[in-house]
Design a protein around this ligand. Sequence first.
Ligand code: ZN
Length: 529
Amino acid sequence: MRFLFFFLTVGISITTQAQNTADILIKNGKILDGTGNSWFYGDVAIKNGKIIKIGNLIDYTAAKTIDATGMIVSPGFIDVHTHIEGEEMKNPTADNFILDGVTTVVTGNCGASNIDIKKYFQYIDSLRLSINIATLIGHNDVRKAVMRTANRLPTEDELKKMEAIVDQAMKDGAVGLSTGLIYIPGTYSNTDEIVRLSKIASQYKGVYASHMRDEGDSVVQAIEEALFIGKEANMPVEISHFKLSGQQNWGRSKETVAIIEKARKEGIDVTIDQYPYTASSTSLSTLMPDEILADGQDSIKARLQRPEVRKYISAYMLKKLKNRKLKHFSYPVVAFYRADTTMNGKSIEEVNKIMGRKSKAKYETETVMDMMQKGGASMVFHGMSDEDVKRIMQYPFNMFASDASIRIYGQGAPHPRGYGTNARVLSKYVREEKIISLEEAIRRMTSLPAQKFGLTDRGLLKESFAADILIFNENEVQDLSTYEKPHAYSKGFKYVIVNGQLVAENENHLGIRSGMTLHGKGTTAQRIF
Ligand SMILES: [Zn+2]
């Protein structure tokens, strides 16, 4: 209804005054253009999905005028690390992203994506979301398509098949190759395999985006591997959700950020991203040794029935716990356990007690194995220090990314980052703790990710650029999602405009779905919208 009204009024204004008319006119805002420069007072005129004029626009009229007095007008945020696959249809309005200021996401991260990118884009174009979508091609799914979850290196023939899939995906518009080297089957690959596939993506100016082999004790080797791949394949590197996991590694961001900076000085185009929280979110299976997880759930189940295997896993888990200097599995908290949803929100230590077992780490490992036998669970791991989060945040070539999907309001106990990443940066880290400036935060949410992923007409408030625009009050913006009560939208993003259409007004999603698919440089496809 609103949608129809919007178009009718636009039509009328065009016929009455051909010159200097706009679809939307934003008046008297503090224009923060995404370059990192500070704001200036001005107006923004939008027409046919584009920014047509910025300045003192007294001679413009529009069907819709927004008074932005006292508010920041910035480019819409680009979230470079998301996982929306499978949730698009359930909630195409992507409210959690829109109400946190996100107008574009890059999905297909951590090695997990659709294989047929052409089909995926057709699907998204027919569905239409409220946000723009770019996607990576995920190594794990490419490998699975050729060799399932086999725990071995590929033959030359298999590698060629994988190369062909990556080649087609890049031609169909993927923006790069992603890896998830802690997951099955990515973890069974070696560096050479990734280099071979990266070289294909590199031919189409793709980015190598990696969830590295390790984010804890062996993080330095893992960073070196990612940099080596970038160098060998001659392509830009994005290290995903940059962090230090495990108490024994706290403080080492000094060392790891320095490695990134040194690599840049040596000419490697490497950037990083982070979510502004001290807990991570991943599968329960990451507590297990890799070799237990090969060949699918049936094989995992069978292995977990053998007492000697259980003994081996238990010893492995206890050693890892000891490394963390912890006595209990108190840091992994269940987000969603399909077999028994009453466990959602409880730590493994608590789940173990509820199951009636003695409160000892040894029994907690048994509890984890039982949960794995019943299909596993998604988890929130409380394993980082705020000091590291802040030090990484201060690095100028670090972006903010939610590592989240489209949320279904009220479903499960997901990590709060899916609702509040950007609002949290702007409230906690910019306004309250002054870790970085507002201008710098906005640059990292807009022009830096746009440049990195080749989204050349987005990420800045600039004439002829796509009209993805936010209007917000820097003193009011606030994340409300917490670990305990994750289902809460951020507040403060008063207006959200995607491709020239008003998607949210007064912090309410209007149901408008004006997002597009954004294709990488290898694409030969025509833009549909
Ligand atoms: Zn990841």
